[in-house]
Ligand binder design. Structure first.
Ligand code: GDP
Length: 477
């Protein structure tokens, strides 16, 4: 299906055809054109500056991407270990991920924005467990790190103290600041457990130096993007790109992440079977991190209290028993996503067995209940991505505190969610997010000019504050 329409999202993605491959890496991406049939067009317009920046990034990626002459020259340089200024003018950021899918999508987006700001080409190490989840985002090229990349088989084993780690070099004072001696590649450890030295990456003076290194290999599982808004070197450009700071992930996420045909098939089938007919769709994402400290009854009460307080669903009358509610009457549908089945069962029983006080019919569905997280399984990630996307098709969204799975859904949807607080006494049970942006869970807390001094990085600039669900986290608003 070819659909041309005038929405903010389309101006960002631009592609009007299903095929855009010179490289043979991808022939079809149905979701790119069909998504408009399922999700509301975004009310948030991207700046024209962002749109033109993306177009020039696409040109850069095409020129420097895998299998081009520039790429081959850059690889030679990488292998030599030293910078050769005549070799190639292309520079790269190689993303290496870990953790669950939500975490990965957020850190890819952060790495991409870093690439946009510093004219680096983003290549992603999509190992087996991530294979075939997404379409290629950039036309006529690929963002997948080629199999013959020199360290490809070793990338996963790079840890914090890898020899080429910038943080480790700074810590052990082995880093020579003379540009002649800069290596052709550096490793950046930007995960949730990185050190202060690793986080010097977020300092302007360090960026000036890192900018000269052609290959940056970055391992990350966090949405480190808000930290770039704390850096004065990116300040002007970010203001032009994103006049509305709340929509950074919304725009970049919708630009980057298109479900592959395999995932799209799951999404559209489930949507048509269960969600399409409803007048209103309510997504409830229930993420239990520690079942022992989040007992079922306790969480269930919190969910019900949130539904009541926010008037998300009609109340049920207990007196009359309904044998089989007619499917045709469905006016509200609840999509529950969770690793566990109990919450769905309780809601389903409640609305299946009792009439609502308003006479509306409420249907409740849950696509899967895997029981536990299996990040290394490809099929598990396929299912997770399908559910994140289905959640993003909701009219109203209830998410769990701390969960990147929920952050991605709310960002793609473009809505401030109702967050189920993770507090000992969650009263109120949930509250509206201050923005639709994800939270950066492990931000730097020091002053770049005096890295041993702790500062409140949530109070430095107007559009970065602490998160409602994590007091030390940072988010844009
Ligand atoms: P976070 O841990 O909540 O921040 O989210 P992540 O996506 O990073 O990691 C959790 C992983 O557990 C997901 O990627 C899925 O693999 C799995 N998971 C958690 N909740 C759900 C769910 O509701 N549905 C499905 N299908 N998988 C889930």
């Amino acid at each position: 299906i070819f659909i041309f329409q005038d929405t903010a999202f389309d101006s960002i993605t631009r592609f009007g055809t299903t095929s855009f491959s010179d490289t043979g890496s991808e022939d079809s991406c149905l979701s790119r054109n069909q998504s408009v049939l399922y999700r509301k067009s975004s009310p948030h317009k991207p700046s024209s500056y962002l749109v033109s920046k993306l177009r020039s990034y696409e040109e850069l990626h095409k020129r420097c991407g895998p299998h081009t002459d520039s790429y081959k020259r850059s690889i030679k340089q990488l292998k030599s270990g030293q910078i050769d200024h005549n070799s190639s003018d292309c520079r790269y950021v190689v993303w290496v991920g870990l953790a669950g899918l939500g975490n990965r999508m957020l850190s890819i987006t952060s790495a991409f924005l870093y690439g946009l700001l510093t004219d680096r080409v983003l290549l992603t190490n999509q190992a087996y467990e991530m294979a075939g989840l997404f379409c290629e985002p950039f036309p006529n090229t690929s963002w997948i790190l080629p199999d013959d990349f020199p360290f490809k088989s070793k990338l996963r084993r790079f840890k914090q103290n890898y020899d080429h780690s910038y943080g480790k070099m700074v810590q052990s004072s082995t880093f020579n600041y003379s540009t002649q001696l800069l290596p052709s590649y550096l490793y950046l450890f930007l995960s949730n457990d990185c050190s202060r030295q690793d986080q010097l990456f977020f300092c302007d003076q360090d960026q000036a130096l890192l900018g000269k290194v052609p290959w940056l290999i970055m391992r990350s599982n966090v949405y480190f993007l808000p930290s770039m808004f704390l850096m004065s070197s990116f300040d002007q450009e970010l203001n032009k790109l994103f006049p509305d700071k709340e929509t950074v992930f919304h725009h970049l996420g919708r630009y980057l992440f298109h479900p592959s045909d395999r995932v799209w098939g799951l999404i559209t089938k489930y949507y048509q079977d269960h969600l399409a007919k409803a007048e209103k769709r309510i997504g409830i994402q229930i993420r239990i991190f520690h079942p022992k400290t989040s007992p079922f009854e306790y969480v269930m009460d919190q969910i019900l209290a949130c539904i009541r307080k926010e008037k998300l669903l009609p109340e049920v009358g207990t007196e009359k028993y309904i044998a089989s509610p007619s499917k045709n009457q469905t006016s509200k549908v609840v999509l529950v996503t969770s690793l566990f089945r109990g919450y769905f069962e309780k809601l389903n029983k409640m609305y299946g067995e009792h009439p609502t006080k308003t006479g509306e019919v409420v249907a409740v569905y849950q696509p899967s209940h895997a029981g536990r997280q299996r990040t290394w399984w490809n099929s598990h990630n396929v299912q997770a991505w399908a559910e994140i996307y289905l959640l993003s098709l909701s009219d109203e969204l209830v998410t769990s505190a701390w969960s990147t799975f929920g952050y991605v859904a709310q960002g793609l949807r473009g809505i401030r969610p109702l967050i189920l607080y993770n507090r000992t006494i969650p009263d109120p049970p949930c509250g509206r997010g201050v923005s639709m942006e994800p939270c950066y869970h492990a931000p730097p807390i020091f002053d770049c000019k005096a890295p041993t001094t702790t500062v409140d990085t949530g109070a430095l600039v107007p559009h970065v504050r602490h998160c409602e669900d994590l007091s030390w986290g940072l988010k844009l608003f």
